[in-house]
Design a protein around this ligand. Structure first.
Ligand code: SAM
Length: 190
């Protein structure tokens, strides 16, 4: 299975890069493709993580492809592994409430590509990729995962950040990119 991240943020924010690095670790560099990468600086940062294309996935003819979209009509199932070779994920940071950016900025421009959801809750991009890989490559179903909805991370005494997203629990702990907590603590905006 090949995983395509269609980068849809205006910049390659450090938060995106942290998640993309995690995704490369999850699926392997050889299985990861980035599309819609517009600058050579971004290309340079992403090349160690996967194959990089300037073109948007909208303009790349793909067969047996599926877009993961929270607003799709059908869930992703282990049987879909027979149907699809490419899984397309929106390189979009989480927002709350969801603005349906995957649909507005990706799915609606790819009319011939089927869409699938992973339930109604919004996963961070790296968690969405992990769940899709477990379903397609290890035959798991959506109700076999343990989840935590909303994560609160303490960044300083009396200060915390609330992330209103769905995280997979692995060994009882939310699945986070290595260095994610340290990254949040360093953010100036909090
Ligand atoms: C952090 S989410 C952003 C979703 C965005 N806020 C929206 O409203 O469409 C990044 C990507 O992960 C995937 N994703 C996250 N949660 C999902 C879900 N419940 N079902 C399907 N895909 C999901 C989608 O590909 C999505 O574009």
């Amino acid at each position: 299975m090949k995983y395509i991240i269609e980068h849809l943020e205006a910049k390659l924010y450090p938060w995106c890069l942290l998640e993309y690095t995690h995704i490369s670790q999850i699926v392997g560099k050889q299985n990861l493709i980035f599309t819609n990468i517009k600058t050579s600086a971004q290309k340079k940062k992403l090349q160690p993580l996967g194959t990089v294309h300037t073109q948007s996935v909208r303009h790349i003819p793909l067969e047996k492809a599926c877009i993961l979209d929270p607003f799709a009509a059908s869930p992703l199932t282990p049987q879909d592994a027979q149907e699809f070779t490419y899984i397309i994920i929106g390189g979009i940071l989480g927002d709350h409430p969801m603005k349906a950016r995957t649909k507005k900025e990706l799915s609606q421009f790819c009319k011939t590509i089927l869409t699938r959801h992973l339930g109604k809750e919004q996963f961070p991009t790296d968690n969405a990729v992990y769940v899709a890989k477990e379903i397609l490559e290890h035959h798991k179903t959506l109700n076999e995962f343990k989840y935590q909805d909303t994560l609160e991370i303490t960044i300083d005494k009396g200060e915390s950040v609330v992330l209103p997203f769905r995280y997979v629990l692995l060994h009882g702990k939310p699945f986070l990119a290595p260095g994610f907590k340290e990254f949040l603590k360093k953010q100036k905006m909090f």
